[in-house]
Ligand binder design. Structure first.
Ligand SMILES: Nc1ncnc2c1ncn2[C@@H]1O[C@H](COP(=O)(O)OP(=O)(O)OP(=O)(O)O)[C@@H](O)[C@H]1O
Ligand SMILES: [Mg+2]
Length: 488
């Protein structure tokens, strides 16, 4: 609590400093002859300004942009004055509601002094913006609070996109300038004990609620600091939910459940943001509560429900380039922790070799995600990643390792209607010469497009008897598996 308060104090001090630095901040109570920054003149006959709530206001015709501009312009005038007037240490000690109430009172005074006319709801929004700037992540706060937003992408100060229901939308959220974006970025990373500046322009972090954040600053980001936030999914997306949403069919859900229960080694493959981690989370729910699970990630996102889970996270090198702990280090270490299963958030490099070895040495039921556009490409990528480990293994040997280790590949993608769908479920069945052989169990067949723009299609079972049927039988799930595959 104390550190949080210190942080708030430093943030407020910073804002106060910015306010002092601001060029020619309007003096308290001064009339600058323009009638306030937004140019809305108070009545010159001295009559009280109308509340304005029901008044048509210039700019309203442009669908709220004008309204927003008025609030933003008012904020530019009001903020420096407010920061001059408040006692920073007292403000930092207040609960957010109380701070909002008190700021509201000061804002009302300042608006009158500055002859800025805002209606009640604009006044409220202005106070919220000011408080968000002081306490939270400024302009990002409303997007963080909006449950329908899953991703937030800041491309410099004037362009903020969000993803809702799988579709990207440009928002009207803006930052003052690049320094403002950097200010918010700094707030995010200082909370997790990191820093962002020209010498460390690339940072991964996590918000307090578990949302994953990546920040890349100039000079690497040419048009200004870029912040990408993958919001923590509050809604639990299980395989049943996915089946209801048509991300998969009931039959695919059954086969994936059986595959998780009978400890197959599973690779979830897909493009960026295709739903790999979400699917991995959903499949991990089927893991028996008696098992010891070790999870390894770059930024912890997995939400395992089991009681016996050890979560490991990699560590970037320090500013001096020391102390880095890689995925590879963690996979090796995990093997000494007597895990029943190892779950790797995403396999990207040399750790692929250690993961395959783990899968081949009794850690059945391991799962990981990988970035690829088809099951076949996933296998090739895995092979290339093994090559990154520096061991000069003949390709055939690597492929044999892969075909022995991996049982199932689930391919997921975000299709052009924004829906995430499992496009293919393939089994790795062995080798023919030095080629890994696979057989498809399911594939999504595109059939057309509905009037609502949603793709229409069917998840087809190939009707083949899965290679892992004997194993399913061993776990008492043989009949269920054949039924889900439509084999009987
Ligand atoms: N089946 C689904 N239904 C609804 N939302 C989903 C579904 N799958 C994923 N999402 C949402 O899509 C976003 C991306 O999902 P996720 O993090 O699982 O993708 P990813 O492939 O792991 O991404 P990355 O490549 O960045 O690691 C998240 O906000 C998530 O909540
Ligand atoms: Mg992911």
């Amino acid at each position: 609590m104390l550190s949080q308060r210190n942080l708030v104090t430093s943030v407020l001090n910073q804002l106060a400093m910015e306010a002092r630095r601001a060029t020619a901040p309007p003096q308290q109570g001064a009339t600058n002859g323009t009638g306030g920054a937004n140019g809305v003149q108070a009545p010159s006959d001295g009559s009280a300004p109308d509340d304005g709530e029901n008044q048509p206001v210039a700019g309203e015709a442009d669908g709220g942009r004008g309204r927003r501009n008025r609030i933003v312009t008012a904020k530019t005038t009001v903020q420096p004055i407010i920061m001059e007037r408040i006692d920073v240490s007292v403000a930092a000690s207040l609960e957010p509601d109380e701070l909002e109430r008190q700021i509201g009172e000061i804002v009302a005074e300042v608006l009158v002094e500055q002859r800025i006319q805002l209606n009640r709801s604009e006044h409220k929004q202005l106070v919220r913006l000011l408080v968000n700037d002081m306490l939270g992540l400024g302009p990002l706060e409303p997007l963080l609070a909006d449950e329908s937003v899953t991703d937030i992408m800041v491309n410099g100060p004037k362009q903020v996109y969000v993803e809702r229901a799988g579709k990207l939308d440009l928002t009207d959220v803006e930052f003052r300038d690049n320094a403002h974006v950097m200010n918010i970025a700094t707030r995010i990373v200082t909370r997790v004990g990191r820093r962002i500046d020209e010498s460390t322009p690339l940072v991964d972090a996590r918000l307090e609620d578990g949302s994953r954040v990546n920040i890349i600053a100039p000079p690497l980001a040419i048009d200004g600091t870029s912040i990408s936030i993958r919001k923590f999914a509050k809604k639990k997306i299980t395989l049943d939910v996915m089946a209801r949403q048509n991300n998969i069919s009931e039959a695919v859900a059954s086969v994936l459940k059986i595959a998780s229960r009978c400890r197959l080694n599973i690779l979830i493959s897909g493009g960026t943001g295709s739903g790999k981690t979400t699917l991995l989370n959903a499949m991990s729910r089927l893991i028996d509560h008696g098992e010891r699970i070790v999870t390894i990630e770059d930024a912890a996102e997995l939400q395992l429900q089991q009681p016996h889970v050890v979560r490991l996270e990699t560590r970037p090198p320090s500013l001096e380039g020391l102390g880095e702990i890689t995925m590879r280090d963690l996979v090796k270490n995990a093997l000494r922790m007597r895990p029943d299963r190892i779950i790797l958030g995403e396999v990207r490099g040399a750790e692929a070799l250690d993961m395959l070895q783990a899968m081949n040495t009794g850690h059945d039921g391991s799962m990981c995600t990988l970035h690829a556009n088809s099951p076949r490409e996933a296998l090739t990528r895995l092979e290339n990643m093994v090559a990154m480990s520096g061991f000069k293994l003949p390709p055939a040997a690597v492929r044999t390792q892969i075909s022995d280790a991996i049982n199932l590949i689930v391919q997921i993608s975000r299709m052009r209607d924004g829906m995430r769908r499992v496009g293919k479920v393939s089994e790795v069945i062995g080798m023919e010469g030095d080629v890994i052989t696979t057989q498809d169990l399911f594939h999504f067949e595109f059939e057309g497009e509905g009037s609502d723009g949603k793709l229409i299609g069917t998840f087809h079972s190939t009707g083949l008897r899965p290679n892992f049927s004997p194993r399913a039988e061993y776990f008492g799930l043989g009949d269920q598996l054949l039924e889900a595959m439509g084999c009987r």
